[in-house]
Ligand binder design. Structure first.
Ligand SMILES: Cc1cc2nc3c(=O)[nH]c(=O)nc-3n(C[C@H](O)[C@H](O)[C@H](O)COP(=O)(O)OP(=O)(O)OC[C@H]3O[C@@H](n4cnc5c(N)ncnc54)[C@H](O)[C@@H]3O)c2cc1C
Length: 405
């Protein structure tokens, strides 16, 4: 057995990497687990810039990894939050149809929810919508009482603490960017600026960088991460009382995103958003953030231009809404007609890592690929934060088989 720093090394200290490390140390307490995170602290990217919603599992194709892992992960996450005193609340949400054209899609969503065994899912009338959320108007809707809100950064920090407490040899190493892989006969060496980190096995959970890390390991992936910026407005403190819980539109199944929604966050804000515009920098959080490498690579991938070509009107509308508060407001007013421009102020920004295939189709499900000694998570968009513990369990099982742990 070669001398290594760790038995399993995880690249990425986001919620997926941390939950995977946690599940590995629950199942294999003797493993020495390392987490290499390039930022100075965990949860600095998608995990720290999201809507903070514990998703029910309503939207996903029955039988898909997303459907199975979201429902299981939601239950595990809620139990975890209760056990470790993490701020969360199962407050429920409603999905609101505002146009008769949306009713067939709402009916399909209800059927999906039933197939995915979403507890308490109920069809509701327009009158009931206004009873639950007095400022909203819709013709029909769904009530999803098992949806909740949570502080995902606290979840990530708690997972990091538990992993380190589980075994004195486990380490969460921040400011350790992985820049390359070396394969040895019986181990791997990960290049970092502080020198190589040796491990028997490696799991790549690097979110927005996952395709690049996979290609460093020689995986010729058929997909590329296309970053989509999600911009939010917040309701002003005076307007915040207009929203009690969470209100979503009926999503358009052509797109992988849920449409701008109203979310009460665990720290008491009301977020409105996010939209979805192509981001010119994978980890750039301002509207003007630009990286030549990120933009060039995304546009050089044939799937990106095909995706844009197929959805040109949607893309241009999203850009217009990104530039114009009035247009963003108009979209929010579909759900809450009385909302005024003075009720909203610019809020946070997040960047989603969405894998897109060469033919321009966004990859719908979670995507994982393996090589000898390595596992790569190549698509873990929403609801991966909700599903993190179940994804971790799934990866732990896969690691058990692949790595013969
Ligand atoms: C706007 C937005 C709203 C969302 N809303 C929700 C929601 O309400 N509910 C929900 O369940 N999900 C939501 N999601 C999705 C969810 O946030 C993500 O699916 C989840 O956080 C993915 O976690 P991750 O660990 O894979 O990625 P990340 O959190 O991005 O973590 C990846 C980590 O890898 C590190 N890394 C990258 N490259 C390297 C390297 N070379 N070396 C070392 N470290 C590296 C990064 O620094 C980062 O910390 C949302 C996402 C966004 C962006």
């Amino acid at each position: 057995m070669p001398k290594t720093d760790f038995d399993v090394c995880i690249i990425g200290g986001g919620i997926v990497g941390l939950a995977t490390a946690y599940q590995l140390c629950q199942t294999y307490p003797k493993l020495r687990i390392g987490i290499l995170e390039k930022e100075a602290a965990v949860a600095q990217h998608q995990t720290g810039h999201n809507s903070g919603v514990i998703h029910s599992g309503l939207y996903y194709k029955p039988g898909s990894l997303k459907a199975r892992l979201c429902t299981r992960g939601r239950r595990a996450l809620t139990a975890f939050a209760r056990a470790y005193d993490i701020p969360h609340e199962i407050c429920g949400k409603i999905v609101v149809a505002t146009d008769p054209k949306e009713l067939p899609r709402l009916a399909q969503l209800y059927e999906r929810g039933q197939a995915n065994e979403i507890e308490g899912l109920e069809k509701i009338t327009g009158a009931r919508i206004t009873e639950l959320e007095p400022y909203f108007h819709g013709i029909e809707g769904l009530s999803v009482p098992c949806t909740g809100i949570i502080d995902f950064v606290k979840v990530a920090q708690t997972l990091a603490r538990l992993v380190q407490e589980a075994n004195p040899e486990n380490q969460v190493l921040c400011s350790r960017q992985v820049t390359g892989f070396e394969r040895h006969d019986f181990s791997m060496a990960l290049r970092t600026q502080q020198g190589p980190v040796k491990s028997l096995y490696v799991i790549n959970c690097s979110g927005l960088q996952s395709d690049r890390i996979a290609s460093l390991d020689g995986i010729a992936t058929s997909t590329c991460i296309v970053p989509f910026r999600g911009e939010y407005y917040d309701l002003t403190p005076e307007a915040a009382s207009k929203v009690k819980n969470l209100v979503y539109p009926v999503p358009d199944p052509k797109f992988p995103f849920l449409g701008v929604h109203f979310t009460r966050t665990i720290d008491g804000l009301i977020d409105c958003g996010p939209n979805a515009v192509f981001a010119f920098k994978r980890e750039g959080y301002s509207k003007t953030a630009f990286s030549f490498r990120d933009t060039f690579e995304a546009l050089a991938f044939p799937g990106t231009l095909r995706l844009f070509a197929k959805n040109i009107k949607y893309g241009l509308d999203e850009y217009a809404r990104s530039m114009s508060k009035a247009l963003f407001l108009k979209q929010l007013q579909r759900l809450m007609p009385s909302l005024e421009s003075t009720d909203i102020i610019p809020g946070k920004i997040g960047i989603r890592a969405q894998a897109v295939s060469r033919n321009g189709t966004p990859v719908d499900d979670f995507k994982i690929e393996t090589r000898p000694r390595t596992i790569h998570v190549l698509n873990a968009p929403s609801p991966a934060a909700t599903a993190c513990l179940a994804i971790g369990e799934h990866l732990c099982q896969l690691a058990g088989e692949q790595f013969e742990l």
